[in-house]
Design a protein around this ligand. Structure first.
Ligand SMILES: CC(C)(COP(=O)(O)OP(=O)(O)OC[C@H]1O[C@@H](n2cnc3c(N)ncnc32)[C@H](O)[C@@H]1OP(=O)(O)O)[C@@H](O)C(=O)NCCC(=O)NCCS
Length: 156
């Protein structure tokens, strides 16, 4: 696992990541909106540009120098000292090998130590049991749920 690291997403890595991307059914509340992912160069450029705001850091999860997933710290609020984590591995080849767990641990450490956050939030679609398992494994506590989502938080 030594080879797994988080680094800031670049435009080139974003293209590399999305060329092999598969959407995961687990994050869709409504399966009518699920569509298999098809790579489109312009769409990836627009996506990358749309994630460059100052309240967000877009990371690429790298394993042995290849992009295997994306992780965001978003809604970064430097006054309240909290932000929200989201994660999506590239495709089924990169899931179930411990990489998501490790990436979340690195992101929490980054949020606390580099960004000075006191808390990190996360939410998952209710049916996404795998994500809930990983979130709890890395130390998030369940806060509440509504019709669609479960909400979690980890405090420094
Ligand atoms: C959720 C996600 C980030 C986890 O990353 P990962 O690399 O697949 O996860 P890991 O291999 O580190 O750990 C998976 C854990 O879930 C467990 N697991 C797998 N399927 C499960 C299921 N259906 N129910 C409960 N636990 C499950 C595994 O046993 C493992 O736990 P363990 O280490 O205690 O045995 C990844 O699967 C993913 O990108 N999924 C699609 C997008 C997504 O759901 N993002 C999160 C949105 S909130």
């Amino acid at each position: 696992m030594e080879e797994l690291k988080l680094q800031r997403m670049t435009r080139n890595l974003c293209h590399e990541l999305y060329k092999e991307w598969e959407n995961d059914e687990a994050i869709y509340m409504d399966m009518n909106s699920f569509k298999p992912y098809i790579y489109n160069e312009d769409a990836v450029n627009r996506y990358f540009d749309s994630k460059q705001d100052s309240s967000r850091i877009l990371f690429v999860i790298m394993h042995s120098d290849k992009p295997i997933g994306e992780l965001q710290l978003k809604q970064i609020d430097y006054d309240k000292k909290e932000c929200t984590l989201s994660i999506h591995m590239q495709n089924d080849h990169s899931k179930g090998k411990g990489y998501g767990t490790k990436a979340e641990q690195l992101a929490i450490k980054y949020a606390f130590e580099e960004l000075g956050m006191d808390a990190v939030n996360a939410d998952t679609v209710k049916k996404n049991i795998r994500s809930q398992h990983v979130i709890e494994k890395v130390g998030f506590k369940f806060i509440k749920e509504d019709d669609c989502f479960k909400y979690y938080r980890i405090q420094r």
